[in-house]
Design a protein around this ligand. Structure first.
Ligand SMILES: Nc1ncnc2c1ncn2[C@@H]1O[C@H](COP(=O)(O)OP(=O)(O)OP(=O)(O)O)[C@@H](O)[C@H]1O
Length: 739
């Protein structure tokens, strides 16, 4: 199939064909969208009073609006075409609009959100969630076992129960703790378990317990017993926090954190003072091993455990060489078995991963000797590249919504609105929502779109954490005279380490300024791995994940350690609907298909009155409680901001362009599902508040074309040009999008 053929797949829909039969329709531009709509309806022979269908080609003919419209159409057809406007009438209406001095908006066609959308083909949910079935949380602590049964040292037992409120082990801890605590088992370990099943305590507890059980005097000068390496700074910091929490019961043992973005000098000073657990990212750990003498001295007599957390991600991010170098140095440090005879006589390697992929096996062959695989084999599914991935926790409620590209932003607003209404109005509990996006620029756009519509917000962490204040109306449930109770956050790899850390700290905090609020974090996949943020209630995947593992890790930020949680995956109509077959094996408990209009937009935009941002006070006659009108007004407010604010327009254009480029990086086996050629790019631009695709994406001015001497390429369509540019840049920038 040619590229052109592919591209046109999503352009023609039955409604459009009808609409396009009237040539002059395409010429409608300028004036108010309502006037153009009226005119368009007149030309379609629709009665004046008719409302737009929720989704003219929507799922199951949703809401019956489409049906009603067709009936009206049939009735008027029956009466003959006497109502059909003549070309003269159309010209007259346009002239009247002109005469009335109706402002033109950039001379662009402001398309409606609810028309010309691609048909949703999924009529039936083939993996339906059974609401009445009994669900046992699969990553919860076990009722019948205790840490004492597993031989955990007494000091630690009382600390776990009194200070950390952890009483019973999870299933993976039950398997790992005895193995790592016993001197008889000196084979390496491969820990493979569901998200949120407590892997961190699974390896930290037995190591600390073994050290305390030695009954030998130990302090920070005794040396480093364990080296723990994680792929991201956030995850390394989190493991460090857990280690610090645990060692609060024996403060003479000290953990140390080595991550990029922090001052190396102070890390060196800490290493010189002595530490017993080194936690870090691969690059920084290697840097110290090569340049800081103190770290090697720390490891001389004591190092017995090397842990690689999120092994598959370490390999995916290209750390193999760095890890090889780390191991070469570490293995060359001679072990003194006499000082601590009750520790293993060799270094035990532990590899943690929720995925058993070829690259992890490769890492295993570099690092593990005679390893034992510890996993919960009943909860495993296979991906299309034959990797084995732990399935979704049973108690996680998955939802999927198929949303046309034009409606993605407003549907997201509606979901955030509905969660805010449900969880913050009558509760003082904090509710956390994470929204996953494909790239940093898209995170920036969504953060700005929701948090800085007007002056009603206050920065808490400069440019990355914003609390909304009285008067803000970015979500339909906000009332001008009430505090919105919402804080927005953003997190991606282009922010400084200080900002990233401060943002996560605030998002995770349980203090007064977050109490009773809805905390909403827009983030890239930098937040998908291993992060254990307290009580994340909902995970929204606005952009589809780049592979199944990422999907499972993203949604794994909720429903952790037996708690409940829900996630919502956005897919676009058409090829993307096929993604449900890809993730089906991992969702043993099924999912619920949400209709974007009936289940999401209607509850958010009914019985409210979204005011136009360009009108201070609304006249009574303008008040329209129809949900679709409110949704359209909300979207037009965003579009208007973009037209008026050139900085915001740039953020939106960058967000859109990077989003498209990121989209082209979907893995080869999923290209039949996620292919930029299938997307209606103009409609997608709308979800970034843009009324047309940014020119820089694929349209070169004639001057630019001359400059680069590419006159031949002028024959190339805009869409193909953009696709070509995207393909060219995708290769170089792939990693930038995920992190
Ligand atoms: N035995 C337990 N009882 C109750 N809570 C626990 C227990 N063990 C761990 N937890 C809690 O469970 C949460 C998840 O733990 P952890 O981050 O180690 O999971 P994980 O398996 O590493 O998840 P991921 O694969 O997503 O990284 C943490 O908040 C932790 O405090």
């Amino acid at each position: 199939m040619s590229e052109d053929n592919d591209i046109f797949i999503n352009l023609a829909t039955p409604d459009q064909q009808v609409a396009n039969s009237s040539k002059s329709l395409n010429k409608l531009s300028g004036g108010r969208w309502k006037d153009r709509r009226k005119l368009r309806m007149l030309m379609d022979n629709r009665p004046k009073t008719s409302k737009r269908g929720a989704n003219d080609e929507g799922m199951d003919g949703t809401l019956g609006r489409n049906e009603k419209r067709i009936k009206r159409q049939e009735a008027s057809d029956h009466q003959g075409n006497s109502n059909k406007p003549t070309a003269k009438q159309i010209d007259k209406t346009l002239a009247q609009n002109k005469k009335a001095n109706i402002p033109k908006v950039d001379d662009q066609i402001v398309s409606s959100l609810f028309t010309s959308n691609r048909e949703i083909t999924t009529a039936e949910n083939t993996n339906k969630h059974d609401k009445d079935a009994e669900v046992i949380a699969s990553n919860a602590p076990l009722a019948t076992n205790t840490f004492s049964d597993l031989g955990i040292q007494e000091l630690l037992l009382s600390h776990l129960s009194s200070k950390m409120v952890i009483e019973k082990p999870t299933s993976i801890q039950k398997l790992v703790i005895p193995h790592l605590s016993s001197l008889k088992n000196d084979n390496d370990l491969f820990i493979h378990a569901q998200t949120g099943s407590g892997k961190t305590l699974g390896y930290l507890l037995p190591i600390l317990s073994t050290i305390l059980n030695m009954k030998t005097h130990v302090d920070r000068k005794s040396g480093a017993f364990a080296l723990i390496i994680a792929p991201t700074r956030e995850l390394a910091s989190q493991i460090y926090d857990v280690a610090t929490n645990l060692t609060n019961c024996c403060r003479y043992l000290v953990p140390c954190l080595l991550i990029g973005g922090e001052r190396k000098k102070s890390e060196k000073a800490r290493l010189r003072k002595g530490c017993n657990f080194i936690v870090g990212t691969p690059g920084r750990v290697l840097d110290h091993l090569q340049n800081t003498q103190a770290i090697k001295e720390q490891m001389g007599s004591s190092l017995r455990y090397v842990i690689l957390d999120e092994g598959d991600k370490l390999m995916e991010l290209g750390f193999e060489e760095t890890l090889r170098n780390i191991f070469e140095i570490v293995h060359n440090i001679p072990i003194d078995t006499k000082t601590f005879p009750k520790l293993p006589s060799r270094i035990i390697h532990v590899l943690c991963s929720a995925t058993l992929k070829e690259n992890v096996k490769q890492l295993g062959s570099v690092t593990l000797k005679n390893y034992k695989l510890i996993s919960n084999s009943q909860k495993i599914g296979k991906t299309n590249d034959d990797s084995v991935v732990a399935a979704v926790p049973d108690q996680l409620r998955q939802n999927i919504t198929i949303v046309p590209p034009k409606l993605r932003l407003v549907t997201l607003a509606a979901i955030l609105n509905n969660i805010t209404v449900k969880h913050t109005k009558d509760s003082d509990g904090t509710y956390r929502t994470m929204v996953f996006l494909s790239c940093a620029d898209s995170v920036d756009f969504h953060f700005e779109a929701f948090s800085s519509a007007d002056s009603f917000h206050r920065d808490i962490v400069e440019g990355a954490v914003r609390i909304l204040t009285k008067g803000c109306t970015t979500l339909p449930c906000f009332k001008e005279d009430e505090d919105p109770n919402v804080i927005f956050y953003k997190l991606h790899g282009s922010l400084s380490q200080q900002t990233r850390s401060a943002t996560l700290r605030h998002f995770a905090s349980k203090k007064d300024d977050t109490k009773g609020k809805h905390l909403i974090l827009f983030c890239t996949d930098v937040a998908s791995r291993g992060l254990d943020l307290p009580h994340v209630g909902t995970v929204i995947e606005l952009d589809p994940p780049f592979n199944v593992e990422d999907h499972l890790h993203r949604i794994g930020r909720t429903a952790r350690a037996g708690r409940t949680g829900e996630s919502i995956l956005f897919l676009m109509p058409g090829e993307e609907e096929g993604y449900m077959d890809v993730i089906k094996p991992f969702h043993k408990k099924g999912w619920t298909l949400l209709k974007f209009d009936k289940d999401i937009l209607m509850p958010a935009f009914s019985n409210t009155n979204v005011g136009r941002s360009d009108m201070k006070e609304r006249k009574k006659k303008d008040i329209d409680l129809e949900w679709d009108t409110n949704a359209t007004t909300w979207h037009l407010n965003v579009e208007r901001r973009i037209l008026e604010d050139s900085d915001f327009k740039e953020v939106a254009s960058k967000g859109y362009s990077s989003h498209i480029r990121a989209y082209t990086t979907h893995i080869a086996p999923e290209k039949a599902i996620f292919n930029v050629k299938f997307i209606h790019l103009g409609h997608l631009a709308k979800s970034f508040g843009l009324r047309e695709r940014p020119k820089t994406m694929g349209i070169q001015t004639s001057k630019q074309q001359k400059e680069i001497g590419e006159s031949k390429k002028s024959k190339e369509g805009n869409k193909n040009k953009m696709w070509r540019i995207a393909r060219m840049t995708a290769k170089d920038t792939a990693s930038e999008f995920n992190y």
